[in-house]
Ligand binder design. Structure first.
Ligand code: NAG
Length: 375
């Protein structure tokens, strides 16, 4: 009787899960390399992946940098009837924003734009919306509307409508960003979409999880729990560390063949689906790249020989007593211009390079992150 009840409860929970397929588009790096423009963009928009985690000195400013390698996006609908947008599901920020019809930057023309007059449920907000880049600010407005994700509707969700955009956004494969970090990082006073989903009783558990495939298809964002068909073994849980606004954990060390090569004595790292690489202080990253025989270029990319890739060692992240091992197939990035390592300088961030190897659960209710070996 009891086991029947447990089984029913399990079915109820797993049935309440929402699975949002994530697609992989062509990266900005690929698009710009094809047009011979990558170097120029890299010079104009320096890669500063940690900028989004700096303390904010101005309210409701979303800091952003040009990450040329983000590729995953899912589709959401905004308004009634829904207008559809490709968004980057970003655990490193807390706001939702898309371009608006009145966007005056030509780069907005390469994206879907929200027509607020065409939504019967749209309400204008009073606050402006700012995104800051290394090279300046862009602005927009805020509004409230109903957001459709999979079969679920989140009511009265605040979001940003960009009216100007930096030129690099013209080559990213997504139209806007949907932030999945904590309320402390969000538009002043606004409740992030995931918190609204939970508060409005739309999901069975106060957590979400992500499976990032290295293929073009098959990746998924799961709202309301975890799905064992995307991982093997158990989920290893890690409590959030100095948790405030983002998904921050403590790493004990990073080792290669038992030698500590980075994060000696421990360090803090943000788990961020909106950052493509693994980021760490330059001293640590130079040391890791040194062990791999990689030579860093002017803009932080560290080239390695594609033909020796399989001779490279595993890199082990020791976290909360667990060992998470990254083989070269996970941390070497291949593109038309050759191979490079997935390690770049900044403050510690475990980005997509790490999350492709480890299915990641984000448990808001218990303030924990879980990693499991991805299938
Ligand atoms: C925006 O929506 C309004 C109301 O439905 C419509 O009249 C207008 O043509 C739309 N604008 C564009 C550019 O689609």
């Amino acid at each position: 009787m009891k086991s029947a009840f447990v089984l029913l409860a399990f079915l109820a929970v797993s049935q309440g899960l929402l699975r949002i397929p994530l697609m992989r588009g062509k990266s900005a790096r690929q698009r710009l390399e094809e047009r011979g423009l990558f170097e120029e963009y890299r010079r104009t928009f320096p890669y500063n992946p940690s900028a989004k985690f700096l303390p904010r000195n101005e309210q409701s400013v979303v800091p952003m940098t040009f990450d040329p390698d983000t590729t995953y996006y899912g589709v959401i609908g905004i308004g009634t009837p829904p207008q559809f947008f490709k968004v980057l599901f970003d655990t490193g920020s807390s706001d939702l924003w898309v371009p608006t019809l009145s966007c005056t930057s030509s780069v907005c023309d390469s994206h879907a734009k929200f027509n607020s007059s065409a939504s019967s449920t749209f309400q204008a907000g009073v606050n402006p919306f700012y995104i800051s880049y290394n090279s300046g600010f862009v602005a927009g407005s805020t509004g409230y509307d109903s957001i459709k994700i999979s079969d679920l509707y989140v009511e009265h969700q605040v979001f940003g409508l960009t009216e100007t955009e930096a030129v690099f956004l013209g080559s990213v494969p997504w139209d806007g960003i949907l932030g999945l970090a904590f309320p402390g990082m969000s538009l002043d006073g606004g409740t992030p979409i995931f918190d609204n989903m939970w508060n409005q009783g739309k999901i069975p558990q106060n957590m979400f999880s992500m499976y990032l495939s290295s293929s073009a298809e098959g990746s998924v964002l799961i709202l309301g729990g975890t799905d064992p068909s995307y991982y093997t073994g158990g989920i290893n849980w890690i409590p959030l560390y100095h948790a405030t606004n983002f998904w921050n954990i403590q790493i004990q060390s990073v080792t290669i063949n038992g030698n500590t090569v980075a994060c000696s004595g421990g360090c803090e790292a943000v788990v961020d689906s909106g950052t493509s690489l693994i980021i760490g202080p330059s001293k640590d990253i130079n040391n890791i790249n040194g062990w791999l025989g990689a030579s860093p270029g002017q803009y932080g990319d560290a080239a390695v020989s594609c033909s020796y890739m399989n001779l490279l060692p595993d890199i082990v992240f020791n976290i909360n007593g667990y060992s998470f091992s990254l083989p070269p197939s996970a941390y070497v990035m291949k593109s038309a211009s050759g191979c490079r390592t997935g390690f770049a300088p900044g403050t510690w961030i475990l980005g997509e390079v790490f999350m492709r190897q480890f299915y990641t659960a984000f448990d808001i209710g218990n303030n924990m992150v879980g990693f499991a070996q991805a299938v």
